[in-house]
Design a protein around this ligand. Structure first.
Ligand code: AMP
Ligand code: MG
Length: 502
């Protein structure tokens, strides 16, 4: 049943990358019911939200009706999972419907998650449950509102069918919008098979999509690597500055676009501790909060290795040596790029508006010592930054109240105040600027759980809607959203575990 909803598809992945996908179809589902529709995102895509929320629209978002122009396919990719290479992963419970050209002319992937088995499903059922899909929607919108590049959910539809996990759960299909779904693992897939021609097509496709200005560049593959390194350095710095823990930074979950992708066991820090791990499967803490920059670099090294056949001009020993040296040089820029992006973010969070080169070392130290204080006293990361803005206006009471031993803060506060005083910025202006970068509302673990439990156990979407609304305006602190700014009781956070949602 074709529908009249006007998706403007132009499917370059299907066209360009034969061999890197398997055509497949979404399962039809028994009783689709719309749980969430992202109306602003629908508008961005040039779609009529009213029509999407109607019967025909929901049939499309459930996979029961294919829109005109869709060419559903499962993407192939490989990946290093917890350090171990799997040559064949791929979309086991996802399907790319195609690429939509949005209202601003941007190409955006439209993909299902939870739409049934594909040729890459291995032993899995290809399905997803309501809870994890609503979780992905919440997290993506939270990141978006925080100004952090992210894939986003257009919709979540309950299927009316059971999904069998440790317990029986209600099933769901999420529709995801992404700049693309090209991953480090997509390159690894072709490289590990020695498919040089495929690699050439993939790199050209990625460049056309994300870095079209490089198309004519003489060293375009090395330049692509440089761009991805820069995007990831910026992205991870943003994660670190809001306390985001991805939880499963496998190379198949790292996007070439620089968007945060694959929200599974992710969660935000509460009390500041760089060793924090929430994911139940991350037993050794590989993807702990503080490890994320190092892991990003490790993943980028896997991308560099995969691109090497393109970077190296010919198989002579001299060429190989030169190619490796040039790729290594690009990779080695990651720590400095990351540190620069981190400091830029930290300065803004500290209320420092003048990024003077001569202050760089001492500003870095100021941020470092502040974080050390938070760590030592297990202070809530988000609230500490937020209350620092009040302190900038001469109201340090709320900040001091967060510290079990507030006296330990006085030396640091004096240093910070002296640094602030070196700039011609009024206290009110500084505090206002700090409140524009230090969120009050983040997706707190107990709030997320509360919203998801109400949705999948009682069919009550009101807590989810309220949380989503609060997350859309993270920098506002009002009586209405006060409850969303409160940390969970420490015992709750200490026991908090997240799952991959498989
Ligand atoms: P993820 O942990 O979501 O990044 O998934 C890792 C790999 O497992 C990907 O190839 C997924 O497509 C696959 N996968 C996860 N869950 C399922 C499922 N329920 N059925 C089939 N494949 C799955
Ligand atoms: Mg994944």
């Amino acid at each position: 049943m074709p529908v009249s909803l006007d998706f403007r598809f132009d499917n370059s992945y299907a066209r360009d990358l034969e061999g890197l996908y398997a055509r497949s179809r979404p399962d039809t589902v028994a009783a689709p019911r719309l749980l969430y529709l992202n109306r602003p995102l629908a508008a961005e895509l040039g779609l009529d939200a009213m029509a999407l929320a109607g019967e025909e629209g929901v049939a499309v978002l459930a996979g029961n009706a294919l829109p005109d122009g869709a060419e559903p396919l499962a993407q192939a990719y490989a990946g290093h999972q917890f350090g171990h290479f799997s040559p064949q992963l791929g979309d086991g419970r996802a399907l790319l419907l195609g690429e939509v050209i949005d209202a601003r002319g941007q190409r955006r992937d439209l993909a299902f998650k939870g739409s049934g088995r594909t040729p890459f499903s291995r032993g899995g059922d290809g399905k997803a449950a309501v809870g994890p899909m609503l979780r992905e929607a919440l997290m993506g919108e939270a990141m978006q509102a925080l100004g952090i590049p992210s894939t986003r959910a257009l919709s979540v539809v309950a299927t009316g069918e059971p999904v069998y996990r440790e317990r029986v759960l209600p099933g769901a299909v999420l529709t995801r919008v992404a700049a693309s779904h090209l991953r480090v693992g997509t390159f690894e897939f072709l490289s590990s098979r020695g498919d040089g021609k495929g690699l050439r097509r993939l790199a050209d496709h990625a460049i056309a999509r994300h870095d079209p200005d490089l198309q004519e560049a003489p060293d375009r593959d090395l330049a692509l690597l440089r761009r991805v390194v820069a995007r990831q350095a910026g992205l991870i710095a943003q994660w670190m500055n809001v306390g985001f823990i991805h939880g499963v930074m496998n190379t198949d979950n790292m996007a070439i676009s620089g968007e945060t992708i694959d929200y599974g066991p992710c969660a935000f820090l509460e009390a500041y501790d760089p060793d924090t791990v929430f994911s139940s499967i991350d037993e050794r803490g590989r993807y702990a909060y503080g490890n994320q920059p190092g892991i990003a670099r490790w993943n980028l090294a896997r991308l560099a290795e995969s691109l090497l056949p393109l970077i190296v001009a010919d198989p002579s020993e001299a060429s190989v040596r030169e190619g490796v040296a040039r790729a290594t040089e690009v990779l080695d820029a990651f720590p400095a790029l990351y540190e620069a992006a981190l400091l830029q973010g930290q300065r803004a969070k500290l209320g420092l508006q003048q990024a003077r080169a001569e202050d760089e070392d001492s500003d870095r130290e100021l941020a470092h010592d502040w974080l050390a204080l938070l760590a030592r006293q297990q202070v809530d990361f988000t609230l500490a930054w937020r209350r620092l803005a009040d302190a900038a206006e001469g109201r340090p009471g709320g900040l001091l109240a967060l510290f079990p031993e507030p006296d330990a803060l006085s030396g640091w506060l004096a240093r910070w105040q002296a640094r602030c005083a070196s700039e011609p910025v009024s206290p009110a202006e500084r505090a206002a600027a700090m409140r524009r970068v230090n969120p009050f509302v983040i997706p707190r673990n107990h709030r997320v759980e509360e919203a998801l439990t109400a949705a999948f156990e009682r069919d009550d979407l009101a807590p989810f809607d309220r949380l989503m609304a609060a997350l859309a305006r993270p920098f506002e602190e009002t009586p209405e959203n006060a409850a969303f700014g409160e940390p969970a009781p420490a015992q709750v956070t200490a026991c908090y575990r997240t799952f991959c949602g498989t």
